[in-house]
Write a protein that binds this ligand. Structure first.
Ligand code: IPE
Ligand code: IPE
Ligand code: MG
Length: 250
């Protein structure tokens, strides 16, 4: 059986006024807290609240996939107490939110190298994914201990384990092994917090994604801010390598 896969470079994806998949780098929690003379972790706690609002806003707008960069493979370089607090917040969020996801038809996926997490957190992730696996209203992907380079290497190694090294890899060979093979590629990328970089987020998957950067700090990013990003997205002409004239003809 040929596996179904999504690729903007193999097929031209269908596009619509509302992005089907929004991927967000939720940056600026630390600066939000610092401005208020609060510890950085207070910014992270506030950031979790924003995630809750964003899920609701995405459901209301008919967005099908919301992907959130929660912890990068490089974030282990932070002070140990900040890392510990981020892990605690992750545990708390899973304990509190999975029930609501079940009620609201939300599917949870967590992607990244999860082996480095404590067994308790891993168990909550497994349970959350299992309990919500049939839901399709909105798929939330939390990228945790995720790096775009890890994702590509992980896929190559998985492919090699299954097929041996005898033939050259084609794009369609590899795509099913990437960590987000179940989702179309992001239509819209948002980075809050003012930095204009990708920071090892979805390197492969962002090939033809529309990029949007805002100075708004993540703990201040609300539904209205999301609508501004979507409005900017609507003005873009998504050519996928073709000319503008070709688009007008079709
Ligand atoms: C993003 O906010 C959250 C994580 C990386 C976990 P930051 O903590 O990076 O906030 P700033 O960039 O220091 O303001
Ligand atoms: C990117 O933010 C990672 C997450 C939001 C989880 P960082 O704050 O870690 O990125 P850099 O270090 O400024 O590039
Ligand atoms: Mg940051």
């Amino acid at each position: 059986m040929i596996k179904r896969f999504f690729s903007s470079t193999v097929d031209i994806p269908r596009t619509a006024a509302v992005p089907r998949h929004v991927a967000i780098i939720m940056d600026g929690n630390g600066r939000w807290a610092k401005k208020r003379l609060m510890p950085r972790v207070a910014g992270h706690a506030q950031g979790v609240e924003r995630v809750r609002d964003m899920v609701q806003a995405c459901i209301e707008r008919g967005i099908e996939y919301l992907t959130l960069f929660a912890f990068s493979s490089e974030n282990w370089r932070r002070p140990a107490d900040e890392v510990d607090r981020l892990m605690e917040l992750f545990v708390l969020a899973l304990e509190r939110e999975v029930e609501k996801m079940c009620r609201n038809g939300v599917r949870l996926k967590v992607v990244g190298d999860l082996q480095r997490f404590e067994p308790r957190l891993r168990r909550l992730i497994d349970e959350g994914e299992e309990r919500t696996r049939e839901n399709r209203r909105l798929t939330i992907t939390v990228c945790a201990n995720y790096g775009g380079r890890w994702d590509i290497l992980n896929a190559v190694n998985a492919w090699r384990r299954e097929h041996g090294e005898t033939r050259a890899l084609r794009e369609e060979d590899l795509t099913p092994y990437l960590s987000m093979s179940y989702a179309p590629e992001p239509d819209l990328f948002i980075r809050t917090g003012g930095e204009q970089r990708v920071s090892n987020f979805l390197l492969w998957q962002l090939a033809y994604t529309e990029l949007y950067f805002t100075d708004t700090l993540w703990p201040d990013f609300d539904a209205q801010a999301l609508d501004l990003a979507i409005a900017s997205y609507r003005k873009r002409e998504r050519r996928f390598g073709r000319t503008s004239e070709q688009l007008q003809e079709s």
